[in-house]
Design a protein around this ligand. Structure first.
Ligand SMILES: Cc1cc2nc3c(=O)[nH]c(=O)nc-3n(C[C@H](O)[C@H](O)[C@H](O)COP(=O)(O)OP(=O)(O)OC[C@H]3O[C@@H](n4cnc5c(N)ncnc54)[C@H](O)[C@@H]3O)c2cc1C
Length: 310
């Protein structure tokens, strides 16, 4: 049995990575197979994920597009009720941010409309592999029009005025927390999540040290009788889990794992949603194990984006 402190990490490095590398790095958290990442592994991994319908992986990268179009074209786009997008009117067009999944599904639903075709056509020209099985070559609707699409890079998104910055800047945070905390975090519906799967991970394997990892509880001081009782319960559940794995699958054996089990989870959303999360999850009414990670994270985010979080 291994006991660790809870922690979090803002995924700055992935913000600088290509879309496909970002998707692979996030997707592998489910299987804890990060050791399989090589310079050539991202594309086949993401293709397989898309084929298997593990769709939430495709939510882990967003693209912001600045589109030059008429007011009528913008209104027609809004009438489609594009789901899981952030759309704002700009002078002479619009700013739209969405995940790879949301663009894929919008094209499947409304690919025969002008702006949707223009957006996805633009994205496929740079990233055809992300739209395999979805992009059919288009219908020529946007040819000869004055619609122009441009991808905003990170620096351009960060330079947006506060209201747009809050809506269009997406940030991923990887938490290492207990299962009770992940259970609460996933209630925040506008976010995308990927988390370590107790169905796929077999903690008896060498790569897990052949042991279960637990999060040190905030509630009990080491050396107290309560801590000893907690530790005893963890040791017993670990022993039973490993015993059950001798004859059954991880998904069956996990039924004896407790809330204290260590879980890695990536939470990906825009700054506006992070602000909402901090309002709820740093308040005295929130669960102490949640506050333990959210309070320092909120401080860090406020330092980075004072115009949004102040
Ligand atoms: C102290 C505390 C105690 C809690 N106790 C319990 C409990 O005992 N049992 C329990 O089940 N849950 C509990 N929760 C969870 C809580 O009810 C919310 O589900 C969770 O905090 C997610 O927040 P949210 O719904 O405000 O917004 P999110 O899901 O983060 O959504 C962000 C915003 O999107 C909008 N939105 C999203 N989906 C909808 C929708 N379907 N309809 C309308 N607007 C929507 C809202 O404006 C919302 O503010 C608790 C939360 C806290 C902080």
């Amino acid at each position: 049995m291994h006991v660790v402190d809870p922690s979090y990490e803002i995924q700055d490095e992935l913000d600088q990575a290509s879309l496909v590398i970002r998707l692979e790095a996030c997707g592998r958290i489910c299987y804890k197979s990060e050791e399989k990442i090589t310079k050539d592994s991202a594309l086949p991994f993401v293709k397989k994920i898309a084929e298997h319908g593990h769709n939430s992986v495709m939510e882990m990268a967003v693209v912001s597009l600045q589109v030059q179009c008429s007011a009528e074209q913008f209104d027609a786009f809004l009438l489609l009720e594009p789901k899981y997008f952030f759309v704002d009117r700009l002078d002479g067009g619009m700013l739209v941010t969405g995940s790879i999944r949301s663009f894929r599904e919008l094209y499947q639903r409304a690919g025969n409309t002008l702006l949707v075709e223009a957006l996805v056509s633009f994205l496929t020209s740079g990233h055809p592999y992300l739209f395999e099985g979805v992009w059919d070559g288009g219908h020529g609707l946007s040819e000869g029009t004055t619609i122009a699409v441009k991808k905003l890079d990170l620096q351009e998104v960060e330079a947006l005025p506060p209201q747009l910055l809050a809506r269009h800047r997406f940030t991923g945070v990887k938490f290492v927390v207990n299962r009770a905390v992940t259970h609460e975090i996933v209630r925040h519906r506008p976010c995308s999540f990927l988390q370590e799967s107790q169905r796929y991970c077999r903690y008896s394997q060498d790569k897990f040290g052949s042991q279960v990892t637990f999060i040190k509880p905030i509630f009990y001081e080491e050396g107290t009788e309560e801590y000893s009782l907690w530790k005893k319960a963890m040791e017993e559940s670990e022993q039973l889990y490993l015993q059950l794995l001798e004859t059954s699958t991880p998904q069956a054996a996990r039924t004896v794992l407790p809330n204290s089990c260590k879980t890695e989870i990536i939470v990906y959303c825009n700054l506006a949603e992070w602000k909402h999360i901090f309002n709820l999850r740093t308040s005295p009414a929130a669960e102490p194990s949640m506050r333990e990670v959210m309070i320092p994270l909120a401080v860090e985010m406020k330092e980075r984006y004072p115009s949004v979080f102040s």
